[in-house]
Design a protein around this ligand. Structure first.
Ligand code: AKG
Length: 291
Protein backbone atom coordinates (compact mmCIF):
# COMPACT_ATOMS: atom_id res chain seq x y z
CA UNK A 1 0.00 0.00 0.00
CA UNK A 2 1.27 3.46 -0.87
CA UNK A 3 0.59 5.43 2.30
CA UNK A 4 2.18 8.46 0.67
CA UNK A 5 -0.18 8.63 -2.27
CA UNK A 6 -0.93 12.26 -3.16
CA UNK A 7 -3.82 13.75 -5.08
CA UNK A 8 -3.82 16.93 -7.19
CA UNK A 9 -6.17 19.72 -6.20
CA UNK A 10 -6.86 20.46 -9.87
CA UNK A 11 -8.10 16.87 -10.37
CA UNK A 12 -10.23 16.73 -7.25
CA UNK A 13 -13.57 16.35 -9.05
CA UNK A 14 -12.31 13.45 -11.13
CA UNK A 15 -10.42 11.80 -8.25
CA UNK A 16 -13.13 12.26 -5.62
CA UNK A 17 -13.96 8.53 -5.21
CA UNK A 18 -10.26 7.64 -4.76
CA UNK A 19 -9.65 10.53 -2.38
CA UNK A 20 -12.61 9.50 -0.23
CA UNK A 21 -11.65 5.86 -0.37
CA UNK A 22 -8.10 6.66 0.84
CA UNK A 23 -9.40 8.99 3.57
CA UNK A 24 -11.92 6.47 4.88
CA UNK A 25 -9.34 3.70 4.94
CA UNK A 26 -6.45 5.57 6.52
CA UNK A 27 -7.94 8.63 8.25
CA UNK A 28 -5.89 11.18 6.30
CA UNK A 29 -5.28 12.22 2.72
CA UNK A 30 -2.80 14.57 1.03
CA UNK A 31 -4.00 17.07 -1.58
CA UNK A 32 -1.20 18.85 -3.44
CA UNK A 33 -1.09 22.35 -4.91
CA UNK A 34 -4.14 23.68 -3.13
CA UNK A 35 -2.50 27.02 -2.47
CA UNK A 36 0.17 28.69 -4.56
CA UNK A 37 3.51 29.94 -3.29
CA UNK A 38 2.22 33.52 -3.26
CA UNK A 39 -0.71 32.56 -1.01
CA UNK A 40 1.62 30.81 1.43
CA UNK A 41 4.02 33.78 1.38
CA UNK A 42 1.07 36.04 2.16
CA UNK A 43 0.07 33.97 5.20
CA UNK A 44 3.66 33.71 6.39
CA UNK A 45 4.24 37.45 6.08
CA UNK A 46 1.08 38.13 8.06
CA UNK A 47 2.00 35.63 10.78
CA UNK A 48 5.45 37.22 11.19
CA UNK A 49 3.78 40.64 11.37
CA UNK A 50 1.39 39.40 14.09
CA UNK A 51 4.31 38.09 16.15
CA UNK A 52 6.13 41.41 15.99
CA UNK A 53 2.92 43.32 16.75
CA UNK A 54 2.49 41.55 20.08
CA UNK A 55 3.95 43.58 22.94
CA UNK A 56 2.20 41.84 25.82
CA UNK A 57 4.32 41.70 28.92
CA UNK A 58 3.08 38.24 29.80
CA UNK A 59 5.10 35.72 27.80
CA UNK A 60 3.27 32.41 27.38
CA UNK A 61 5.33 29.29 26.97
CA UNK A 62 4.04 26.35 24.94
CA UNK A 63 5.15 22.79 25.37
CA UNK A 64 3.10 19.70 24.81
CA UNK A 65 5.39 17.90 27.21
CA UNK A 66 4.78 20.19 30.16
CA UNK A 67 1.38 21.60 29.16
CA UNK A 68 1.91 24.54 31.51
CA UNK A 69 0.10 26.80 29.04
CA UNK A 70 -3.19 25.07 29.87
CA UNK A 71 -3.52 26.94 33.12
CA UNK A 72 -2.86 30.33 31.63
CA UNK A 73 -5.76 32.75 31.08
CA UNK A 74 -4.14 33.71 27.83
CA UNK A 75 -4.62 30.15 26.66
CA UNK A 76 -8.35 30.17 27.40
CA UNK A 77 -8.86 33.60 25.84
CA UNK A 78 -7.18 32.38 22.66
CA UNK A 79 -10.51 30.68 21.86
CA UNK A 80 -11.70 34.06 20.58
CA UNK A 81 -8.43 36.00 20.12
CA UNK A 82 -5.01 35.56 18.59
CA UNK A 83 -2.44 34.95 21.30
CA UNK A 84 1.27 34.29 20.88
CA UNK A 85 2.76 31.15 22.43
CA UNK A 86 6.53 30.83 22.66
CA UNK A 87 8.77 27.78 22.83
CA UNK A 88 9.12 27.01 26.54
CA UNK A 89 12.81 26.35 26.21
CA UNK A 90 13.39 29.78 24.64
CA UNK A 91 12.07 31.77 27.62
CA UNK A 92 14.36 32.81 30.44
CA UNK A 93 13.20 32.55 34.05
CA UNK A 94 12.56 36.31 34.10
CA UNK A 95 10.26 36.03 31.06
CA UNK A 96 12.72 37.50 28.56
CA UNK A 97 13.58 35.70 25.34
CA UNK A 98 16.80 33.81 24.70
CA UNK A 99 16.92 34.99 21.07
CA UNK A 100 15.06 37.36 18.75
CA UNK A 101 11.32 37.04 19.40
CA UNK A 102 10.62 35.60 15.95
CA UNK A 103 13.10 32.78 16.62
CA UNK A 104 11.37 31.91 19.90
CA UNK A 105 7.76 31.81 18.71
CA UNK A 106 6.00 28.44 18.77
CA UNK A 107 2.51 29.26 17.55
CA UNK A 108 -0.30 31.77 17.16
CA UNK A 109 -3.75 30.59 18.21
CA UNK A 110 -6.58 29.96 18.09
CA UNK A 111 -8.95 32.35 16.34
CA UNK A 112 -6.95 33.67 13.41
CA UNK A 113 -9.78 32.67 11.07
CA UNK A 114 -12.35 35.01 12.60
CA UNK A 115 -10.14 37.83 13.86
CA UNK A 116 -7.45 38.56 11.28
CA UNK A 117 -8.40 39.79 7.79
CA UNK A 118 -5.67 37.91 5.91
CA UNK A 119 -6.25 34.60 7.69
CA UNK A 120 -10.00 35.06 7.30
CA UNK A 121 -9.47 35.38 3.55
CA UNK A 122 -7.59 32.08 3.32
CA UNK A 123 -9.64 30.20 5.91
CA UNK A 124 -12.91 30.83 4.08
CA UNK A 125 -11.27 30.65 0.64
CA UNK A 126 -13.11 28.93 -2.24
CA UNK A 127 -10.33 26.33 -2.38
CA UNK A 128 -10.93 25.43 1.27
CA UNK A 129 -14.65 25.27 0.59
CA UNK A 130 -14.01 22.83 -2.23
CA UNK A 131 -12.10 20.59 0.17
CA UNK A 132 -14.67 20.84 2.94
CA UNK A 133 -17.40 19.89 0.45
CA UNK A 134 -15.57 16.59 -0.02
CA UNK A 135 -15.89 15.69 3.64
CA UNK A 136 -18.92 14.37 5.44
CA UNK A 137 -19.40 17.55 7.51
CA UNK A 138 -22.96 18.53 6.70
CA UNK A 139 -23.01 21.73 8.79
CA UNK A 140 -19.33 22.62 9.08
CA UNK A 141 -18.03 25.07 11.67
CA UNK A 142 -14.44 26.23 11.71
CA UNK A 143 -13.76 26.45 15.43
CA UNK A 144 -9.98 26.56 15.84
CA UNK A 145 -6.99 27.82 13.87
CA UNK A 146 -3.27 27.75 14.68
CA UNK A 147 -0.24 29.05 12.87
CA UNK A 148 2.64 26.79 13.91
CA UNK A 149 6.17 28.04 13.22
CA UNK A 150 8.49 25.16 14.14
CA UNK A 151 11.45 27.46 13.70
CA UNK A 152 14.87 26.10 12.64
CA UNK A 153 16.66 24.13 15.41
CA UNK A 154 14.16 25.45 17.96
CA UNK A 155 10.68 24.23 16.97
CA UNK A 156 9.45 21.76 19.57
CA UNK A 157 7.95 18.31 19.48
CA UNK A 158 4.23 17.45 19.43
CA UNK A 159 3.58 14.17 21.19
CA UNK A 160 1.12 11.53 19.96
CA UNK A 161 -2.43 12.75 20.26
CA UNK A 162 -5.88 12.66 18.67
CA UNK A 163 -7.50 16.06 18.19
CA UNK A 164 -10.92 14.95 19.45
CA UNK A 165 -9.23 14.69 22.86
CA UNK A 166 -9.50 18.48 22.96
CA UNK A 167 -12.35 19.20 20.53
CA UNK A 168 -14.96 16.58 21.31
CA UNK A 169 -18.41 16.36 19.75
CA UNK A 170 -21.12 13.74 20.07
CA UNK A 171 -20.98 11.87 17.77
CA UNK A 172 -17.33 12.51 16.87
CA UNK A 173 -16.86 14.96 14.00
CA UNK A 174 -13.57 16.84 14.50
CA UNK A 175 -11.58 17.19 11.28
CA UNK A 176 -8.32 19.05 10.58
CA UNK A 177 -6.89 20.75 7.52
CA UNK A 178 -3.12 21.08 7.84
CA UNK A 179 -1.68 23.53 5.29
CA UNK A 180 2.02 23.34 4.50
CA UNK A 181 3.32 26.91 4.37
CA UNK A 182 6.87 25.54 3.95
CA UNK A 183 7.99 22.20 2.54
CA UNK A 184 7.75 19.71 5.41
CA UNK A 185 9.97 16.63 5.71
CA UNK A 186 11.43 14.30 8.32
CA UNK A 187 14.29 16.66 9.09
CA UNK A 188 12.20 19.73 9.86
CA UNK A 189 9.44 17.90 11.74
CA UNK A 190 6.69 16.99 9.29
CA UNK A 191 3.48 15.40 10.48
CA UNK A 192 3.80 11.72 11.44
CA UNK A 193 0.60 9.68 11.41
CA UNK A 194 -0.58 6.21 12.28
CA UNK A 195 -2.65 5.06 9.28
CA UNK A 196 -6.13 3.74 10.17
CA UNK A 197 -5.80 4.72 13.85
CA UNK A 198 -8.93 6.88 13.30
CA UNK A 199 -10.89 3.63 13.63
CA UNK A 200 -9.78 3.34 17.25
CA UNK A 201 -11.31 4.95 20.31
CA UNK A 202 -10.25 8.33 21.67
CA UNK A 203 -7.64 7.41 24.26
CA UNK A 204 -7.41 10.64 26.25
CA UNK A 205 -9.75 13.45 27.10
CA UNK A 206 -8.83 16.97 28.15
CA UNK A 207 -11.72 18.95 29.65
CA UNK A 208 -12.11 22.38 31.18
CA UNK A 209 -14.47 22.35 34.14
CA UNK A 210 -15.00 25.11 36.70
CA UNK A 211 -11.71 26.84 35.98
CA UNK A 212 -9.63 23.69 35.85
CA UNK A 213 -8.14 21.63 33.06
CA UNK A 214 -8.86 17.97 33.74
CA UNK A 215 -7.08 15.15 31.92
CA UNK A 216 -8.47 11.66 31.75
CA UNK A 217 -7.20 8.41 30.27
CA UNK A 218 -10.16 6.82 28.49
CA UNK A 219 -8.07 3.88 27.24
CA UNK A 220 -5.03 2.87 29.26
CA UNK A 221 -2.70 2.39 26.33
CA UNK A 222 -0.03 4.66 24.82
CA UNK A 223 0.60 4.91 21.07
CA UNK A 224 3.67 2.87 20.16
CA UNK A 225 6.34 3.66 17.59
CA UNK A 226 5.38 1.02 15.02
CA UNK A 227 3.53 1.50 11.71
CA UNK A 228 4.09 5.24 11.53
CA UNK A 229 4.27 7.22 8.32
CA UNK A 230 6.07 10.55 7.94
CA UNK A 231 4.09 12.78 5.62
CA UNK A 232 6.63 14.80 3.63
CA UNK A 233 4.70 17.41 1.69
CA UNK A 234 5.39 20.44 -0.49
CA UNK A 235 4.38 24.04 0.22
CA UNK A 236 0.73 24.62 -0.64
CA UNK A 237 -0.34 21.03 0.06
CA UNK A 238 -3.12 20.23 2.52
CA UNK A 239 -3.34 17.16 4.71
CA UNK A 240 -6.94 16.43 5.67
CA UNK A 241 -7.13 14.28 8.78
CA UNK A 242 -9.77 12.81 11.05
CA UNK A 243 -10.01 14.04 14.66
CA UNK A 244 -9.45 10.45 15.82
CA UNK A 245 -6.21 9.93 13.83
CA UNK A 246 -3.14 9.56 16.08
CA UNK A 247 -0.42 11.97 14.96
CA UNK A 248 2.69 13.72 16.20
CA UNK A 249 5.65 15.75 14.91
CA UNK A 250 9.25 15.82 16.01
CA UNK A 251 11.53 18.75 16.78
CA UNK A 252 12.92 20.72 13.89
CA UNK A 253 16.51 19.52 13.50
CA UNK A 254 17.10 21.47 10.30
CA UNK A 255 18.07 24.99 9.32
CA UNK A 256 14.72 25.53 7.61
CA UNK A 257 11.46 26.61 9.19
CA UNK A 258 8.42 24.36 9.00
CA UNK A 259 5.51 26.76 9.14
CA UNK A 260 1.97 25.37 8.99
CA UNK A 261 -1.53 26.82 9.20
CA UNK A 262 -3.92 24.30 10.79
CA UNK A 263 -7.69 24.61 10.94
CA UNK A 264 -10.09 22.45 12.91
CA UNK A 265 -13.73 21.93 12.01
CA UNK A 266 -16.69 20.15 13.53
CA UNK A 267 -20.18 19.29 12.35
CA UNK A 268 -22.86 21.45 13.90
CA UNK A 269 -25.30 18.56 13.61
CA UNK A 270 -23.24 17.00 16.41
CA UNK A 271 -23.19 18.28 19.98
CA UNK A 272 -20.07 20.35 20.73
CA UNK A 273 -19.01 19.50 24.27
CA UNK A 274 -19.48 22.28 26.80
CA UNK A 275 -16.46 20.75 28.55
CA UNK A 276 -14.08 21.53 25.66
CA UNK A 277 -11.59 24.23 26.66
CA UNK A 278 -12.35 26.16 23.47
CA UNK A 279 -15.61 28.08 23.98
CA UNK A 280 -16.70 31.28 22.31
CA UNK A 281 -18.43 34.07 24.25
CA UNK A 282 -22.14 34.72 23.59
CA UNK A 283 -21.37 37.92 21.72
CA UNK A 284 -18.92 36.16 19.38
CA UNK A 285 -20.43 32.75 18.62
CA UNK A 286 -19.13 30.13 16.18
CA UNK A 287 -20.34 30.88 12.69
CA UNK A 288 -21.53 28.47 10.03
CA UNK A 289 -18.94 27.76 7.36
CA UNK A 290 -20.97 28.62 4.28
CA UNK A 291 -20.17 26.32 1.38
O1 AKG B 1 1.98 20.73 12.99
C1 AKG B 1 2.38 20.02 13.91
O2 AKG B 1 3.57 19.84 14.13
C2 AKG B 1 1.40 19.34 14.81
C3 AKG B 1 0.02 19.88 14.67
C4 AKG B 1 -0.96 19.11 15.43
O3 AKG B 1 -0.67 18.11 16.01
C5 AKG B 1 -2.34 19.55 15.51
O4 AKG B 1 -2.66 20.65 15.02
O5 AKG B 1 -3.17 18.81 16.05
Amino acid sequence: MNYLQKFEFANLNKDKPNVLDFYRKFGYVIIENVFEQKHCDDMKKRAYFLVEKDHSSNTIGFSLKKNKHHTSNNFLSSAYKINNFYEDKMINKDGTFKDKKINCISKLGHCLHDVDLIFKKYSYHDRIKKIIKLTNLSKPILNQSSYIFKQPLVGGEYLWHQDSTYLLTNPLSCLALWIAIDDANEKNGCLVVKPSSHKEKIRKRVKYIKGKIIKENLVNKEWDETNNISLSVKTGSIIIFDGSLAHKSSENFSNHSRNTYVMHFFDNNCKYSTENWLQRPVNFPFKNFRL
